[in-house]
Write a protein that binds this ligand. Structure first.
Ligand code: ACO
Length: 448
């Protein structure tokens, strides 16, 4: 099979959200800390009606319907998530409910878990399957889903929630350039979930930022080396039309792109132009360690990279800024944003992708946009996802109601024997929601 990649996409996020500006005031943070300091506009969250299982049921059902895919045609289904519900029982098994009804129980794949990286692991598994000798000619299906919630404190505004489904097969409009992948994996305690009684992670914020940037450097370096080996010339950001980065919050994406630009300068200074070369020259001699802590370098590199950021990165930031950190879905929300904003002019263009999951696992890879064939075209994907109307139909909660909701969710996490409390009014038609959890912790869902 040729040009294996993403044939179709669907995005789901809850309609319930809180404005970052309002949250800032409520939390007593200085004005602009969340909106400018973190670069976030709004944050979506689950009420007790929704979780990663319901969001996955919603997004898969919607994708199959909107692209008219026969459920019998799915041969592999992989879920990426770090949101723990039944621990040993995968989210994928819950999704089998959709396929069993249609008589399809022959579907390989289970869940992949490592912080925000699980979605990428699931995606690679599906792409590799289609390219392998065990492929049976059917489609792969990937779901990336998380509900990101943090304990009270500086990390809380970096939450979010969503599920993204991607259909995988040959002759895709979003094809993988597998020969260039660059991976960096290591051991770190930057973010993890050791307390199984709580949905909240243990997080070392500063360490997680550093781990992210170091992983980015390492992956980019490896990606560029592979490119040079294959194509016989240096890769630079000019070879990528768009850049999508895992987005815990937008400020880190701004800093990361500046870091990539500084990497270009270090590798072959002429690619950044002589004016900029002069401005970055004073930092060329910094040790790697110093380069991560230099505020001056951070500022100057962000300044000089700004025009390229606006052209290549900004189109990817639309959904992540509005919805928040969707963990495993974050990078694919960035890809969805590029498709939403640029679908009319993407043919032949390359998207550079960076996936990061704490702990840590990271990969840089690239996608090539092709013409495709209806319904599998980027224009149709943009139409199906309909991101603007999904954003417009959200319901804003006051910060105090958002906090009350989190308190309710704390009592529900790992609990049994309860019925859902919230009203369904806010759910869009077709949305799956949790109705109750019985005395055996078994979950029950209905569709609005
Ligand atoms: N106006 C404008 N900017 C402001 C203001 C203000 N009033 N106040 C603060 N800021 C800026 C700060 O200068 C800083 O920006 P800078 O880094 O460019 O200097 C930014 O806001 C954040 O403020 P800090 O005080 O540095 O950090 P804070 O204590 O708010 O914590 C953090 C931020 C660490 C990201 C926290 O939200 C967190 O732990 N999040 C979860 C972990 C995370 O997302 N890690 C990223 C990779 S791992 C993953 O994906 C989970």
């Amino acid at each position: 099979p040729k040009n294996v990649g993403i044939l179709a996409m669907e995005v789901y996020f809850p309609t319930t959200c809180v404005q970052q500006g309002a949250l800032e005031t409520f939390d007593g943070a200085s004005k602009g800390k969340y909106t400018i300091g973190l670069g976030q506009d709004c944050m979506t969250f689950c009420t007790d009606l929704e979780d990663v299982i319901s969001m996955s049921l919603t997004v898969v059902t919607s994708l199959l319907e909107k692209y008219a895919i026969d459920p019998m045609q799915i041969g592999r289904l992989e879920v990426g998530s770090e949101t723990v519900i039944d621990k040993s029982k995968s989210i994928k098994t819950w999704l089998m409910w959709i396929f069993e009804k249609c008589g399809n129980t022959e579907i390989e794949g289970v869940d992949s878990t490592n912080a925000c990286y699980g979605g990428t692991a699931a995606l690679f598994n599906c792409v590799n399957w289609v390219e392998s000798s065990s492929w049976d000619g059917r489609y792969g299906l990937v779901v990336s889903t998380d509900s990101a919630v943090y304990a009270e404190g500086p990390a809380r505004p970096t939450g979010g929630a969503a599920a993204i489904a991607m259909l995988i097969g040959p002759n895709a409009p979003i094809a993988f350039e597998n020969k260039y992948r660059g991976t960096h994996m290591a051991h770190a305690y930057d973010f993890y979930k050791p307390d199984l009684a709580s949905e909240y992670p243990v997080v070392d914020g500063k360490l997680s930022q550093n781990c992210y940037l170091m992983a980015l450097d390492s992956c980019y370096n490896r990606f560029c080396n592979k490119f040079k080996k294959r194509d016989g010339r240096q890769f630079s950001l000019l070879d990528a039309d768009y850049v999508a980065l895992h987005s815990p919050y937008n400020k880190l994406v701004q800093k990361s792109f500046a870091r990539l630009f500084f990497n270009d300068f270090l590798r072959h200074a002429s690619s950044v132009g002589s004016n900029i070369q002069e401005k970055l020259e004073p930092y060329a001699g910094l040790s790697e360690e110093e380069s991560y802590s230099s505020r001056e370098l951070e500022k100057v590199s962000q300044q000089v990279a700004k025009p390229l950021y606006d052209a290549k990165v900004q189109p990817s930031t639309f959904l992540p800024k509005q919805v928040g950190n969707m963990y495993t879905a974050s990078l694919y929300a960035a890809l969805a944003s590029i498709i939403h904003n640029k679908h009319g002019s993407l043919k032949g263009q390359r998207v550079l992708m960076f996936s990061y999951g704490s702990g840590l696992a990271s990969t840089m890879f690239s996608l090539k946009i092709r013409e495709g064939q209806h319904p599998f075209t980027v224009s149709n994907i943009a139409e199906v996802m309909n991101l603007q109307s999904k954003l417009d139909s959200r319901h804003e909660f006051a910060p105090e109601d958002f906090v009350d909701n989190l308190k309710l969710m704390e009592t529900r996490y790992g609990a049994k024997d309860f019925v859902s409390y919230s009203q369904h009014d806010f759910l869009r038609p077709g949305t799956f929601y949790l109705t109750k959890v019985d005395s055996m912790y078994r979950r029950f869902y209905a569709q609005k």
